[in-house]
Design a protein. Structure first.
Length: 445
């Protein structure tokens, strides 16, 4: 009875914190700093207004910065109407809170509440930008997808479909299909076919709406972007800007972003595009190695974190909300530790190589770094962004420190993959004696 009361009190505290965090972030975004943190929601409202007036073709008949599926959450928030910015923002935050509630439920049911608590702390530290962007819609989808795989390999097809839906809203979740493919014994059936089915559905819908000619514009529309001030790759120029008038910040009117301009920046942006692809390929090869050594399941979450961190570190854009991409694998790893040791057969096979260690060092490092990076990101955006653009030295230092943490986050994930591949007991969690999630026990039965 005492244990039941304790669990009930813990769940009540968790949901109380959930409401408090989302209420606070909504208040900041809608009332305190709407122009700074919720600016994108005004764009979403405008696009939703165009769509409701003239159909999807009103938006998709020309090049668009987002995949076609991004219209769906924008229109969902427009169910209250598109005449008021405040009402649209409130509807958007309510929609995101509903998605987050599903993700929190999935995290809690996966075995531990640690990941749910970590994620709420992460959102609070990141600030209102954690709610006011499309990324707030895709991250819960990523969390649920990874939880499903952590509970049972039988859910891989559903996870693949969810990640593909997320990719058609914003590209990043599609990268998580790579570690999922590496972890499955039948990747074509369990990952590729569900992803293709979702893609076919989206293409058919866009074809029917009259926007098929520009369905891939989001892939080519980023090619002309410069080096955004927040990007990790821009850190050197942001520091040089404090010392030289040859480096300056300019406004890209077409994309409504601030970019750094100076000697070498024109070359750096396309080079980063190549490095990004190379980083993903390199991580993919590491996951292939994990698969060949029979530990692909255990590499799923560190591999997912490595890919998401690499996308952020090597991206020439580096918008603050991108940090939410790393939240899903960390939260799921904290909540479902069983997946860190791979399948039951793999755990028995490698029992001699891996002794019980609890939370592996790579995950402890990633969780701490993620929270610190979130806090510094909020300090820069929205609170210190104007100072940063004006060339404030202190705020530039904060940004550079944040970017260094992102590199450290990537390193922690790579160490996690390395530990799995080498079957290093210090870097792999083997929790065979702990209670397993119900979903896993049923799948094994």
């Amino acid at each position: 009875m005492t244990g039941y009361r304790h669990r009930s009190a813990s769940r009540l505290a968790l949901w109380g914190a959930f409401l408090a965090v989302h209420g606070w972030l909504t208040f900041l975004g809608v009332v305190v700093v709407p122009g700074e943190s919720f600016y994108d929601l005004e764009l979403y409202r405008w696009w939703a207004q165009l769509t409701t007036a003239g159909g999807p073709a009103a938006v998709l008949s020309s090049g668009w910065v987002y995949p076609a599926g991004a219209l769906v959450p924008m229109l969902a928030a427009a169910s209250v109407g598109t005449g008021s910015t405040v009402s649209y923002a409130l509807a958007w935050c309510a929609m995101v809170a509903a998605l987050d509630a599903v993700a929190i439920t999935a995290l809690v049911r996966s075995g531990r509440s640690a990941g749910a608590w970590w994620w709420l702390g992460f959102l609070l530290l990141l600030g209102p930008v954690a709610l006011g962007r499309l990324d707030a819609v895709i991250v819960p989808l990523c969390i649920v997808a990874l939880v499903l795989v952590a509970r049972s390999p039988a859910h891989a097809r559903t996870a693949s479909a969810l990640l593909t839906v997320g990719a058609w809203i914003k590209v990043a979740p599609g990268a998580l299909l790579l570690p999922l493919i590496a972890a499955r014994r039948r990747p074509l059936r369990d990952v590729v076919v569900p992803a293709a089915a979702v893609t076919l559905t989206v293409v058919t819908a866009v074809l029917a709406s009259g926007g098929i000619a520009h369905i891939g514009s989001f892939l080519t529309g980023q090619g002309t972007r410069g080096l955004q001030v927040e990007a990790v790759g821009a850190s050197g120029w942001m520091v040089a800007r404090l010392l030289s008038a040859r480096v300056e910040v300019v406004f890209n009117e077409q994309l409504s972003t601030y970019e750094v301009a100076g000697p070498g920046t024109g070359v750096a942006a396309p080079v980063l595009d190549v490095i990004l692809v190379g980083a993903v390929v390199a991580i993919g090869l590491a996951l292939v190695l994990a698969r060949r050594r029979g530990v692909a399941d255990a590499a799923l979450l560190p591999g997912s974190l490595a890919i998401m961190a690499a996308l952020f570190v090597t991206d020439k854009v580096g918008s603050p909300q991108y940090l939410t991409w790393v939240a899903a694998p960390i939260a799921v790893a904290l909540s479902a530790p069983g997946i860190l040791r791979g399948s039951p057969d793999q755990a028995r096979l490698h029992r001699s190589a891996v002794e019980p260690q609890g939370t592996p060092p790579w995950l402890s490092m990633a969780a701490g770094i993620g929270l610190a990076a979130a806090a510094l990101t909020q300090e820069v955006f929205p609170w210190g962004y104007a100072l940063l653009l004006d060339g404030n030295g202190a705020m530039t230092v904060v940004l550079v420190l944040r970017n260094l943490l992102l590199i450290a986050l990537l390193v922690s994930a790579l160490l996690g993959i390395r530990g799995v591949v080498r079957r290093d007991p210090e870097w792999v969690s083997e929790l065979e004696d702990e209670p397993r999630p119900v979903g896993l026990r049923r799948a094994e039965a």
